[in-house]
Design a protein around this ligand. Structure first.
Ligand code: PEP
Length: 247
């Protein structure tokens, strides 16, 4: 059976002291989880987190990755650089990067390709804004965002993780209902099925105000293979409860 994946997105939070305390609490409470677990941390803390996690049950991820291999790209971090820290995942196309950093569908697809070429699994985020949902455009938007990644990555698409993150649910406390999330996940699964015979093994995560109280019902949906967790990933008790719900 496909193991679920629970990935924390720390966003621009943390400090040397806070990270150590958070990771020590997680390591003390996690035992042998029934699902895969990862934390996607700010790049400046990758070395610290790699040392604390010691290649154990919690894997490491980045929150972004350059589409370039190296050279004159001030501020960018290349896949090879990230790989040096034992990285397993890189989030690409988070709505905050699309919204505040002008990332286009094409750039997100190129970042996914760059990650895959280095053996890093991209967690590709797609999701509609509230205005788009209210205009009945949810399917159209998420399909367009995913189509760019499919067309750039060809048969490698079976190696990506996709996270459906409705923008209106991120950081708002207003999660999609399990039914709303499953409906969109089914659309994404069908789109992936049309692109690869291996679509069933692609992990489709839900993200957007997932917490200890709503995780179990979201994770029980047939096409929800895990969660991308923001706020609750910074609270050890809550993150551990979500991991337990993914058993
Ligand atoms: C996220 O930032 O990817 C996210 C899902 O945030 P939150 O869980 O806080 O809504």
């Amino acid at each position: 059976m496909k193991k679920k994946l629970i990935a924390g997105n720390w966003k621009m939070n943390g400090s040397l002291v806070a990270n150590e305390s958070l990771l020590q609490s997680l390591l003390a409470g996690i035992g042998q989880p029934a699902c895969q677990v990862a934390v996607c941390v700010p790049a400046v803390y990758l070395a610290q987190c790699q040392a604390l996690l010691k290649g154990g049950v919690i894997e490491l991820g980045a929150q972004d990755i350059s589409s370039h291999e190296g050279g004159a790209f001030t501020g960018e971090i290349s896949p090879a650089m990230l790989k040096e820290f034992g990285l397993r995942y890189a989030i690409v196309g988070h709505s905050e990067r699309r919204q505040y950093h002008g990332e286009t569908d094409e750039l997100v697809a190129a970042k996914a390709q760059s990650a895959l070429a280095s053996g890093i699994t991209p967690i590709v985020c797609v999701g509609e804004t509230l205005a788009e949902r209210e205009a009945g455009k949810t399917e159209e938007v998420v399909k367009r965002q995913l189509a760019a990644v499919i067309s750039t990555n060809g048969h490698c698409i079976s190696e990506v993780v996709v996270a459906y993150e409705p923008v209106w649910a991120i950081g708002t406390g207003l999660s999609a209902t399990a039914e709303q999330a499953q409906q969109v996940h089914a659309v994404l699964r069908a789109q992936l099925k049309a692109a690869t015979p291996n679509a069933d093994r692609i992990k489709l995560l839900y993200g957007g105000s997932m917490n200890a109280a709503n995780a179990a019902s979201l994770l029980a949906q047939p096409d929800i293979d895990g969660g991308l967790i923001g706020g609750a990933a910074l609270k050890p008790k809550d993150f551990l409860a979500i991991i337990a719900a993914a058993a």
